[in-house]
Design a protein around this ligand. Structure first.
Ligand SMILES: Nc1ncnc2c1ncn2[C@@H]1O[C@H](COP(=O)(O)OP(=O)(O)O)[C@@H](O)[C@H]1O
Ligand SMILES: [Mg+2]
Length: 260
């Protein structure tokens, strides 16, 4: 039996009178890829903001491997083992790609400005280890060839992969991906799907994936959670979701209209 890594129960967050997330409960199984889908405004990104401590829940609980994350601060949540990417890319635009990935590694290694200035042998060996780890992560994502390029000069699809690399640099147990295929064409999206599967296997992470490319979700996720207006509309295996009339109407139907 597979263990539950992320357990969300009764999660609620109101903004003014509107419940962006409304009594939402779901699990993400350890080592699996769980999809989180729903129409625009359904509350998906707010769920990520609640898990990562950007917002405090109005009600409900969030647990990671049995440990409560509810109401914890963002830096504390990262240390507990959760890392994310953003719907709108947030890289250190002026740093190189490699620096974008080494920065979180060095932050975890309590490598401060004093070590950096005096460049003690210990600091140098910490830097070397961070660089090797960062390059290994970038290799897994197929972007190691861009290590020395400035992040803002990368093509869009590679910036999305660099964001995933930077999140992996935090050594998370749970990786939250917010629309990683946004702006990608079908071929790029399929290739990203392969990359996400490889990342899951190579790094042993559990993944929660928000994505509008519905075929990507149905292809690579073992379990799919569907939200509508903040609440759980349905959940199940991809085959069940495909056949679910309410989902087809609320999400897939609307999506088809919009893209046609
Ligand atoms: N900080 C905020 N203040 C007010 N309303 C918000 C805030 N964040 C999200 N919302 C609202 O919550 C709802 C869900 O948004 P969001 O989680 O971004 O949806 P999704 O990611 O599914 O498209 C939307 O109606 C949005 O306007
Ligand atoms: Mg969103």
């Amino acid at each position: 039996m597979t263990a539950v890594l992320l357990e969300v129960r009764g999660l609620t967050r109101a903004f003014g009178g509107i419940k962006a997330v409304d009594s939402l409960s779901f699990d993400a199984l350890e080592g699996g890829i769980t999809g989180l889908i729903g129409p625009n405004g359904a509350g998906k990104t707010t769920v990520f903001n609640l898990i990562t401590g950007v917002y405090r829940p109005t009600a409900g609980t969030i647990r990671l491997a049995g440990e409560s994350l509810t109401g914890r601060r963002p830096d504390d949540v990262v240390r507990t083992g959760v890392a994310r990417t953003f719907q709108n890319i947030r890289l250190f635009a002026r740093m190189t790609c490699l620096e974008n990935v080494t920065t979180p590694i060095l932050a975890r290694a309590s490598y401060g400005p004093v070590s950096a200035i005096f460049r003690t042998p210990a600091a140098r060996s910490t830097e070397r280890a961070a660089r090797e780890k960062a390059l290994a992560i970038m290799r897994a994502l197929g972007i190691e060839g861009s290590a020395s390029f400035q992040a803002s000069n990368l093509p869009y699809g590679m910036q999305r992969k660099l964001e995933i690399a930077r999140a992996l640099a935090c050594s998370p147990k749970l990786l939250l991906l917010d629309e990683p295929a946004a702006g990608m064409n079908d071929a790029e999206t399929r290739e990203l799907g392969e990359t996400i599967k490889r990342v899951r296997a190579d790094f042993g992470v559990t993944i929660l994936l928000i994505e509008h490319h519905i075929n990507l979700v149905l292809d690579i996720c073992a379990h799919v959670v569907v939200m509508e207006r903040g609440a759980l509309l349905a959940h199940g295996a991809p085959a069940d979701i495909r056949e679910n009339g309410a989902v087809v109407e609320a999400y897939l139907g609307r999506r088809r209209e919009r893209t046609s």
